[in-house]
Design a protein around this ligand. Structure first.
Ligand code: GLN
Length: 489
């Protein structure tokens, strides 16, 4: 296997034993990028080769002095392009921020840099993280490495695609309604959205502040634990940050005997048969590992998606008010200040972003506030209460991550509501603030990966990681590789 296709865990062991150097790993990643970037995309910015190799050399000299800082010291990785990086373009895949170079670093980048991670580049995404396919990117074109005629999922489609195609060993994505989990499911990788408040949002360009969370996209659950150990930290620069005492990697046991798994059979009504079969087979595997299945019946299945699109758009309409042609990025000068705002925003934002701003402004406007926004907040309480009750009966809730495998590019772009339906299984975790992960659990007949979603109560990431780790120890879906990777060797 090529170095760029290995896990953090494997490479870390090899680095510790001095069997490989960070420079060798980084060069292998760069060579993979040059082979596949025109085929499947994934990046908006790849850093200069010398900048990358200098960081790798620094890691190598620490390693030769036996001063390796962490398991990710010397490991090449990527960030979604909505995370601020000082001196490196941070565009949110939007024309309005095309030339924006942040003057500061987001907290997660600081943590990964301090741990010795080697940043390779910034990943493509749906503009301002609004979308489920990465087709809303104004600056890139990312395709699914398993089939380049299909979407990579979104909005962190670039992050999932680069990990799945060996263009980075791991990546960070952000998840407001499923944006880490959906592309992870479509690209056959493992992605976890942590509990709201567990990872600092400082320096993450805000979409919907009460829902946004940053999390890792990796090849497996063990790597996810390694990354969470670096980024789950209290941060006084994020007023919602919480101190979490955890040691995820060390506490990965792989023993889940007696774990109670909640399932809601309503999730399977009318579901695509391939996805249903894959999830049910996974449930059988869990039973074989000693787990017990508990029936749940959520009362929120019909209201969750509407509540999500109302709350997230309302918050987005407020958060995106700052992009006015005065403070950041692009400016189209008008006759007066209002004209400048209008021209800049009309030109700078793509159609999905405008749709969300209009929807959000509408649901917050007087006369409609009670009918939409307030009602959505009530739905939010119902969803949170439902999960609180569910976790009295079970340790994790399992469902599909998505209603299908990845679909053709361009197929749904004409129908925003059809695309919104892709998020049906993922949005409730954000609304309730709980952690949830997607791991590969099978393939469709067309050979596209299928994702299994595992959710747990707030701050129970360890339970999810253990459940995912145990499953991955007894299956090998997460080890399969797209043809594009096999051919690139
Ligand atoms: N697909 C959802 C949306 O378009 C979720 C996006 C996200 O999680 N950033 O809003």
């Amino acid at each position: 296997m090529k170095l760029c296709d290995m896990s953090i865990y494997e490479l870390s062991e090899m680095l510790d034993k001095k069997e490989v150097s960070s420079v060798e790993i980084s060069k292998d990643v760069l060579s993979r990028i040059s082979k596949v970037k025109d085929i499947c995309g994934g990046y908006l910015t790849v850093l200069d080769e010398n900048v990358i190799l200098d960081k790798a050399k620094e890691a190598d000299s620490r390693i030769s002095d036996n001063k390796r800082k962490s398991k990710i010291d010397g490991i090449p990785y990527a960030l979604k392009d909505n995370m601020c990086t000082k001196g490196i373009a941070t565009t949110c895949a939007s024309k309005i921020l095309e030339n924006f170079i942040p003057p500061y670093d987001c907290t997660v980048y600081e943590h990964l840099s301090n741990a010795g991670g080697v940043l390779v580049g910034k990943c493509d995404m749906d503009e301002f993280a609004m979308g489920s396919t990465t087709e809303n990117s104004a600056l890139g074109c990312t395709k699914n490495p398993w089939d380049v005629n299909k979407v990579a999922g979104g909005s962190s489609g670039g992050s999932a695609a680069v990990v799945s195609s060996g263009q980075a060993i791991f990546a960070l994505g952000s998840d407001t309604g499923g944006s880490i989990r959906l592309p992870s499911s479509f690209c056959g990788v493992s992605g976890i959205k942590p509990t709201y408040s567990a990872v600092s949002r400082y320096g993450l360009v805000a979409f919907a502040s009460s829902l946004d969370q940053i999390g890792p996209i990796t090849k497996d659950a063990r790597d996810a634990a390694i990354i969470l150990d670096e980024i789950v930290r209290y941060d006084n620069k994020d007023s919602t940050s919480v101190m979490v005492m955890a040691d995820y990697y060390k506490n990965l046991t792989g023993n889940i005997k007696g774990m109670k798994i909640g399932i809601d059979m309503a999730h399977y009504d009318g579901l695509n048969a391939e996805v249903k079969d894959a999830v049910f087979t996974a449930l059988d595997d869990y039973k074989a590992l000693g787990c017990e299945i508990v029936d749940l019946s959520f009362s929120h299945n019909d209201i969750a998606l509407s509540a999500y699109y109302i709350i997230s758009s309302a918050e987005a309409s407020s958060n995106l008010a700052r992009f006015d042609g005065v403070k950041y990025g692009m400016r189209i000068q008008g006759g007066d200040i209002i004209d400048t705002y209008v021209k800049t925003r009309s030109e700078g934002f793509g159609s999905e972003v405008k749709r969300r701003i209009m929807l959000g402004t509408f649901v917050l406007s007087s006369g409609y506030y009670d009918a939409y926004y307030k009602k959505a907040l009530k739905a939010r309480s119902v969803i949170k209460n439902n999960y609180d009750e569910a976790f009295k009966k079970c340790d994790i809730v399992i469902s599909p991550t998505a209603v299908s495998g990845a679909f053709e590019r361009g197929r749904k772009t004409q129908s925003p509501t059809e695309i919104y339906l892709s998020d049906i299984y993922t949005v409730t975790a954000n609304i309730a603030g709980i952690p949830a992960m997607s791991i590969p659990c099978g393939f469709t007949k067309e050979g596209m990966p299928i994702g299994l979603q595992i959710a747990a109560n707030s701050y129970c990431e360890q339970t999810i990681l253990n459940a995912a780790f145990a499953y991955q120890n007894s299956t090998n879906f997460h080890k399969q590789q797209p043809n594009l990777v096999k051919e690139a060797k």
